[in-house]
Design a protein around this ligand. Structure first.
Ligand SMILES: *[C@@H]1O[C@H](CO)[C@@H](O)[C@H](O)[C@H]1NC(C)=O
Ligand SMILES: *[C@@H]1O[C@H](CO)[C@@H](O)[C@H](O)[C@H]1NC(C)=O
Ligand SMILES: *[C@@H]1O[C@H](CO)[C@@H](O)[C@H](O)[C@H]1NC(C)=O
Length: 222
């Protein structure tokens, strides 16, 4: 963590902490009262986003991407999801969160709905301000929808533009990449698999996310 002065709120981020076995104990030993923010999105979208990264990495090395089926399904061709596949494991949110809850109290962990963070950034960030005990500074007009990017960006009025003309600030090109198209049967297998894990996350967090409602409509009857 960088040095901070009294009254500063210092933030550090990494997607790897959440899934790293040793991370909760290490963080706890550093500071037992630290506040943690976890951004969760539709676990299937997260897998496909992970796969988009794979495609990008392979293509940039001039290697052919592997088919997503070889990375997330079992090898015997029955079309089922391989629960031990790395991309699948990362999306098993309840399993990782349970490990953090062995060290931290639930009220130390704030869950951000990652899908809403994209579609309604202001309302999600307002909740983060409240969780951190900050004064509410962020306002709806601080975000503008950029149709080229397909995402909200920071409005020029809040972008730092020292000496330069103030411009919209968007996340980099590595964010919000177009997802590769994935066969419906593979998406259905993934949705079916993760629907079975949604309930455990609800039990653990008391929160229902929009993706769970979509999954429940599709698979709830089975
Ligand atoms: C631990 O984090 C809290 C903020 O969450 C802070 O107030 C406190 O000073 C920190 N303690 C140490 C030992 O760094
Ligand atoms: C929208 O985003 C694109 C890509 O990040 C950027 O080039 C463009 O300047 C943005 N539009 C505006 C109006 O700032
Ligand atoms: C895949 O599913 C989408 C949405 O349900 C549908 O519009 C599309 O026709 C399907 N494609 C194939 C190849 O079945």
């Amino acid at each position: 963590m960088p040095l901070s002065r009294p009254g500063d709120v210092t933030l550090e981020k990494s997607p790897a902490y959440f899934v790293t076995e040793a991370a909760p104990a290490r963080v706890w030993r550093m500071n037992t009262s630290i506040q943690l923010i976890l951004i969760l999105r539709d676990p299937v979208d997260r897998v496909v986003s992970d796969y988009a990264q794979h495609v990008h990495r392979r293509v940039s090395k001039e290697l052919p991407p592997k088919p997503i089926e070889s990375l997330v399904l079992t090898r015997n061709g029955d079309g089922r999801v391989n629960p031990n596949a790395k991309m699948v494991q990362t999306s098993l949110y309840h399993r990782h969160l349970r490990r953090w809850l062995r060290y931290f109290k639930p009220d130390q962990i704030h869950l951000v709905d990652g899908d809403r963070l994209v579609s309604q950034p202001h309302s999600e960030l307002k909740q983060v301000e409240d969780f951190l005990g900050l004064k509410r500074h962020i306002r709806p007009e601080h975000f503008v929808f950029n149709a080229t990017k397909g995402f909200y960006c920071l409005a020029p009025s809040v972008s730092s533009g020292r000496g330069k003309k103030r411009r919209q600030r968007c996340l980099g090109s590595e964010k919000g990449r177009r997802h590769p198209s994935v066969a419906n049967s593979t998406l259905t297998a993934l949705r079916h698999f993760f629907a079975g894990h949604d309930e455990r996350l609800v039990q653990l967090t008391g929160r229902t996310f929009d993706w769970m409602r979509r999954n429940a409509q599709q698979f709830g009857e089975e």
